[in-house]
Write a protein that binds this ligand. Structure first.
Ligand SMILES: Cc1cc2nc3c(=O)[nH]c(=O)nc-3n(C[C@H](O)[C@H](O)[C@H](O)COP(=O)(O)OP(=O)(O)OC[C@H]3O[C@@H](n4cnc5c(N)ncnc54)[C@H](O)[C@@H]3O)c2cc1C
Length: 591
C-alpha cells in the first residue's frame, strides 16, 4: 500500500503562520470560538480518519471499482466504502461547515477545505460522494425554500442522504446552453423531468438511504440557450410530509462509465423518465444558481490536485531515500552500501523539489482563497466582504485551473522517481497519475478556467480582483524591501508582478482589437498567472517560517524550496509570455 501521513505540520503552518487564520477567523461574525485549539483538534481528527480509515481503501477501491446491476438498476461501491462512509458520518464530518440551523457545526470554510484535502488524499474516488453532497447542500441553502431545506438539506447534512449535480448531457458539456432535458408542469405543482444526463458522479450507490439529484432542465416556455435553464430537486425515493421515504422515483442509472481513474466513484448515465421534480429557485435562473456555488466546487477540485500531489510526493520521497542505485557524480556518499540512494542524483532532487514547491505552494494559495471565502461570507464590514469576494472571483480559476495542471506534473514526477516500478500497478504510483487526470476536465476544463480568468475576471470585471491581489503583493514587497533574509525573493517577485500587470494591460488592448486573441492567449495567461501567484506564496512562506518558532530544518526546507522555485519554476513565465505575445497569428486555422 502507498503510504499517507496527514501533513498536519504543513497544514498548520499554512493556516496559522502564513495566513494568520486564527486572528482572521475569530474576528469574523460568529467566529469567536474558532480558536487555534479548536481548529487544531479538528485537523488532528480529520487526519486520523484519512490515514486510518480512508487511505487503506484507496488501492482496493481502485482495483475493484463500482458495480452496476442491470436488473435492479443499482450501483454497489467497492468493499470498505460503506464502512468508511459510516465512520465519516459518525464523526460528524458531513455537517462540518453547514450552518447550525441545518444541523451543521458552522465551522469556517477554510477548515472545510483543509479537512477535504485530507479525505481526498485518503481516497479521491470515495471523497466524491461527500463532495457532491456538499455541492447540493450549497445549492439548497442558497436557493431552496425553507421547506425544501428542511426536507432535502437536513438529511444530507446529517449524512443520511447524499446529493448529485446533474448538468452534463451528451451534446452539452462546457456549453450547458445546449441541454435538452425537459420539465413539464404536473397538476400538483411538481414537474415531470425527462431526459438523459451523463457522467453524473455519485449518481447511484449503496452508501446512503436516499439521493437528492439537482437537475438542470428546460421548462416548456424556456428561451433557447443558457437563459432558459431551470434547476429541479429530483429525489431517488419520494419523501413524505413526515420525511419518511416513499416510492422509488423514475430516476435510474442506466450504466456506469468505465474510466481511466477514480474507479471508486460511480460515474453514472442517469435516465429521468417523467421523474417527479420540484423547482428550486426561479424559473429559467438555474444556470445562474449553479454559478453561485461554482466557486466552492472549483476550489474543492483544486484541492484534489493538492491532495493527490501531496500523497504522491510523500511516497516518491520515501522511495528515493530507500532505493539504492548508482553512485553520486562526485564520489560515493554511502560507501558502506552497494550503491548510493537516489537522493544523491541532482535530477531526482529536481523532481522532488518540483513536487514540494507545487504541493506546499498550492496549499498556501488554496487555503488563502478559502479564507477569503470566509471573509466574503462573514466579514465584519461591507467593504471587507466586497474585497474578499472580488479576490475570490479572481483567484478561483487559478486555484482550479493552474493547481490541477501542476498536479499532473507533480504526480508524473512522483511516478518517474520510481523508474519502471512506477509503471507497475502494485506500487500504487500509476493510480495517482490516472486519478489526477480527471481534475483538469471536470468542473470546467482548463480551457474554460482560462477563458473565465482572462475573459471575465480580467476583461469584463476590469481586473478588479487582479488589482487587489497585485496590490497585496506590491505591499508585501515594500514591507520586506530591506529584509536581508528575503533579499533573494523580493526583487524577482516585484519584477514578476510588474511584468504581469504590463502583460495584462497589453493583452486587454489586443483582445479589444481582435476577440480571437483571448482564446489564443488564455491558457498561457493562466499558467503565467499561476506561476507568479505561487511565487508570492513562496516568498511569504519564507517570511512566515523565519518569523515563527520553527525547527531550523523546517525553516531551511522552506528556504531551499523557495530558492528552487524562484530559480527553476518561476522562469517558466518567460516562455508563456513569449507564447502570449505570439498571438493568434501563430495559431493558424485547421481545416
Ligand atoms: C469522471 C467524470 C465525472 C463527472 N462528474 C460530473 C457530475 O457529477 N455532474 C455533471 O453534470 N458533469 C460531470 N462531469 C462532466 C464534466 O463536467 C464535463 O465532461 C466537462 O464539463 C467537459 O465537457 P465535455 O466533456 O462535453 O467537453 P467539451 O465541452 O466538448 O470540451 C472539449 C474540449 O474543448 C474545449 N472547449 C470547449 N469549449 C471551449 C471554450 N468555450 N473555450 C475554450 N475551450 C473550449 C475544452 O476545454 C475541451 O478541451 C464529469 C465528467 C467526468 C469524466
Amino acid at each position: 500500500m502507498t503510504l499517507y501521513h496527514a501533513p498536519t505540520d504543513d497544514q498548520r503552518f499554512a493556516l496559522f503562520d502564513l495566513l494568520g487564520a486564527e486572528a482572521t477567523l475569530t474576528q469574523l461574525q460568529g467566529g469567536g470560538e474558532h480558536t487555534r485549539d479548536l481548529l487544531d483538534a479538528v485537523l488532528e481528527e480529520a487526519g486520523k480518519l484519512a490515514e486510518q480509515v480512508l487511505a487503506p481503501t484507496n488501492e482496493a477501491g481502485d482495483a475493484e471499482g463500482c458495480h452496476f446491476d442491470k436488473d435492479s438498476r443499482s450501483v454497489t461501491t467497492p468493499k470498505g466504502f460503506k464502512q468508511a462512509f459510516k465512520a465519516f458520518v459518525d464523526g460528524g464530518w458531513p455537517g462540518l461547515t453547514a450552518k447550525e440551523q441545518f444541523g451543521g457545526q458552522a465551522l469556517p470554510g477554510v477548515m472545510g477545505i483543509a479537512t477535504t484535502e485530507l479525505f481526498q488524499a485518503g481516497n479521491l474516488g470515495w471523497s466524491l460522494y461527500p463532495l457532491l453532497s456538499e455541492g447540493a447542500c450549497h445549492a439548497l441553502e442558497l436557493h431552496g425554500t425553507p421547506a425544501q431545506q428542511e426536507t432535502y438539506m437536513k438529511p444530507i447534512v446529517a449524512g443520511r442522504w447524499t446529493g448529485t449535480m446533474c448538468l452534463t448531457e451528451p451534446q452539452a458539456g462546457s456549453d450547458l446552453g445546449l441541454l435538452k432535458t425537459r420539465a413539464e408542469p404536473n397538476a400538483d405543482g411538481s414537474y415531470a423531468i425527462t431526459g438523459t444526463k451523463i457522467f453524473i458522479s455519485a449518481g447511484d450507490h449503496d452508501l446512503a438511504e436516499n439521493i437528492v439529484h439537482l437537475v438542470l432542465a428546460r421548462l416548456p416556455d424556456a428561451p433557447a440557450g443558457s437563459r432558459g435553464i431551470s434547476m429541479f430537486i429530483v429525489p431517488k425515493f419520494m419523501v413524505g410530509a413526515d420525511g419518511a421515504l416513499g416510492t422509488r422515483n423514475n430516476a435510474y442509472p442506466g450504466a456506469i462509465e468505465h474510466k481511466m481513474g477514480i474507479h471508486g466513484s460511480a460515474t453514472c448515465v442517469m435516465n429521468f423518465d417523467g421523474a417527479t421534480g420540484y423547482l428550486i429557485g426561479k424559473p429559467h435562473k438555474g444556470l445562474a444558481a449553479m454559478f453561485t456555488m461554482m466557486n466552492a466546487a472549483r476550489l474543492s477540485v483544486g484541492v484534489q490536485g493538492l491532495a493527490l500531489a501531496e500523497r504522491a510526493w510523500q511516497n516518491s520521497l520515501n522511495y528515493a531515500r530507500e532505493r539504492l542505485q548508482g553512485r553520486s557524480l562526485s564520489g560515493a556518499k554511502l560507501p558502506e552500501k552497494v550503491a548510493d540512494n537516489l537522493l544523491v542524483q541532482p535530477d531526482v532532487r529536481r523532481m522532488l523539489l518540483t513536487q514540494r514547491a507545487f504541493v506546499e505552494g498550492s496549499r498556501a494559495l488554496l487555503y488563502y482563497t478559502a479564507l477569503q471565502t470566509d471573509i466574503e461570507a462573514r466579514g465584519s464590514d461591507e467593504a471587507a466582504r466586497q474585497k474578499a469576494s472580488e479576490l475570490v472571483a479572481f483567484l478561483i480559476p487559478i486555484a482550479k485551473g493552474f493547481v490541477t495542471e501542476i498536479a499532473q506534473e507533480a504526480t508524473k514526477e512522483a511516478l518517474q522517481i520510481y523508474g519502471g516500478h512506477g509503471y507497475i500497478a502494485e506500487n500504487g504510483m500509476e493510480q495517482f497519475v490516472r486519478d489526477a487526470r480527471i481534475i483538469t476536465l471536470y468542473e470546467g476544463t482548463t480551457g474554460i478556467q482560462a477563458a473565465d480568468l482572462l475573459g471575465r475576471k480580467i476583461l469584463q470585471l476590469q481586473g478588479v480582483g487582479f488589482k487587489h491581489f497585485a496590490g497585496e503583493i506590491g505591499a508585501f514587497c515594500k514591507a520586506h524591501a530591506g529584509d536581508a533574509k528575503l533579499a533573494a525573493f523580493i526583487a524577482p517577485l516585484g519584477a514578476a508582478v510588474k511584468q504581469w500587470g504590463e502583460l495584462t494591460l497589453a493583452l486587454a488592448g489586443r483582445v479589444q482589437a481582435n476577440p480571437e486573441e483571448l482564446g489564443a492567449a488564455a491558457v498561457d495567461y493562466l499558467w503565467y498567472s499561476g506561476y507568479v501567484t505561487l511565487a508570492y506564496f513562496w516568498a511569504r512562506s519564507v517570511a512566515a517560517a523565519e518569523a515563527g518558532n520553527h525547527p531550523a530544518a523546517f525553516k531551511q526546507a522552506k528556504r531551499d524550496t523557495a530558492t528552487f522555485y524562484f530559480a527553476r519554476l518561476l522562469p517558466r513565465t518567460l516562455a508563456h509570455k513569449v507564447a502570449i505575445e505570439a498571438g493568434v497569428a501563430s495559431i493558424p486555422d485547421i481545416a
